[in-house]
Write a protein that binds this ligand. Structure first.
Ligand code: NIG
Ligand code: FE
Length: 407
């Protein structure tokens, strides 16, 4: 039988998580060709057809789709470690924000940052994520909160994605918080968002979605409705922060407006859950490292959401204030511990679930023939060990669009 050349053969895995019902259950190898997945199967069989230019030995680990992070705030200039000490003294997240710390302190840092330094920092964030297996991601602005600084953030994010070689799906989050200078004139900031910022972002074509933080001390439902309706009118998808600390109707609004996803949900009500179940379209963005990081008691009712058939993903929410981790395996660990999800469920959440929420599941989040060749090799004996250990990186190899990016 004649053989064809292929770019890469990854072989020697104990298990391949492909999310492809057609793939053989005893598959141990993946063939990559032209930056795409060409086949998943058993090494001996695949070698009859394919002659690889390069090979990777998975050494008895797990091959899985490259991770897709569906909720990330990567455009920040410095961390906020000082808040940890304040919180240790009993000041909570919303109180820190009300004092002008929190999100607004990151805003001051981004505004002051030299764009080239900020670019280098964002590249470093993306590389840290990829080091933990993330091969594509959603990425939000939201620490600029002026037209100029939001555009600067989104432009830097796009450049950083190109420079690092990671596909970034950008989201405009100008409605993250009211900036200091508009604290006493919220109406004027709403006008700025709806009349200037959203149209400017649209015109530059640098965001596919718009996001808003619906919460006490941030945006109320009435303001959110105005912002979201304007965003829809301009052709943006919606990805929404809601029900993190207080039920103020954010979830119901997100579902009503057909948002792609509504994220956090730590205090989701039964009626909110019912609305999500009825719609079946709006994804639940589960961010289980956040309540851990904020010492919050509540967790999103993940089991109930899954039982009700609500589509979901698991993300890091990587940001300096509420989840300072670039690692999806770490988020998966918290998903298993705090959300009572199984290994297969968290794996779905960081791969196919996230890709589907972004509408990119035709080519990402799975290893079906024709998908982008984004994959990871995990130094784990089987899928059941995913999210078991924490504090160490299980990712031993990353392949991004067919390129081996880390050994
Ligand atoms: O998703 N909740 C609002 N926004 C972010 C936190 C941003 C920050 O604290 O800097 C979040 O948790
Ligand atoms: Fe967030």
């Amino acid at each position: 039988m004649s053989t064809k050349h292929c770019q890469l053969l990854i072989h020697g895995a104990a298990e391949v998580v492909s999310w492809d019902p057609q793939a053989p259950t005893n598959a141990d190898s993946v063939v990559v060709h032209d930056g795409k997945i060409a086949a998943v199967g058993v090494e001996q069989e695949l070698r009859k057809t394919w002659q690889p230019f390069g090979e990777i030995n998975a050494f008895g680990g797990v091959i899985a789709p490259g991770f897709v992070d569906g909720h990330v705030h990567p455009v920040f200039a410095v961390g906020r470690a000082e808040e940890f000490d304040w919180r240790a003294q009993g000041v909570d997240y919303l109180e820190i924000a009300a004092r002008g710390g929190g999100i607004l302190s990151s805003v001051r840092n981004v505004r002051e940052a030299n764009p080239e330094d900020l670019f280098d920092t964002v590249c470093a964030h993306l590389r840290r994520m990829r080091h933990h297996g993330t091969t594509s991601m959603e990425g939000k602005s939201g620490y600029g909160l002026s037209t100029e600084d939001e555009l600067k953030s989104l432009q830097i994010l796009a450049r950083a994605g190109d420079a690092v070689g990671m596909e970034v799906f950008p989201t405009f989050l100008g409605a993250h918080m009211f900036p200091e200078e508009y604290r006493d004139n919220q109406e004027a900031y709403m006008d700025l968002l709806c009349k200037e910022m959203l149209p400017a972002v649209k015109e530059q074509g640098i965001a596919r979605a718009a996001d808003i933080f619906i919460e006490q001390g941030a945006f109320n439902v009435e303001q959110a409705r105005r912002y979201c309706e304007r965003a829809i009118e301009l052709g943006f998808k919606l990805r929404i922060h809601a029900d993190q600390f207080h039920q103020i109707g954010g979830v119901e609004l997100a579902v009503e407006l057909g948002a792609e996803c509504v994220d956090h949900l730590e205090v989701l009500s039964d009626s909110g859950l019912e609305a999500m179940a009825l719609s079946g379209k709006t994804y639940a963005g589960l961010l289980p490292s956040v309540p851990h990081f904020l010492r919050q008691k509540e967790d999103a009712p993940a089991r109930k959401l899954l039982q009700a058939g609500v589509p979901y993903f698991i993300a890091t929410d990587f940001n300096p204030g509420s989840s300072y981790t670039p690692s999806l395996p770490e988020a998966a660990h918290f998903g298993r511990i705090r959300l009572n999800l199984t290994a297969a469920e968290v794996m779905h959440g960081v791969t196919l679930g996230a890709a589907s929420s972004l509408g990119i599941d035709n080519r990402k989040g799975h290893l079906r023939p024709g998908a982008d060749a984004d994959l990871v090799v995990l130094a784990l004996p089987d899928l059941f060990h995913f999210g078991y250990a924490f504090g160490e990186n299980p990712v031993s190899q990353v392949v991004c669009k067919g390129d081996v990016v880390r050994f």
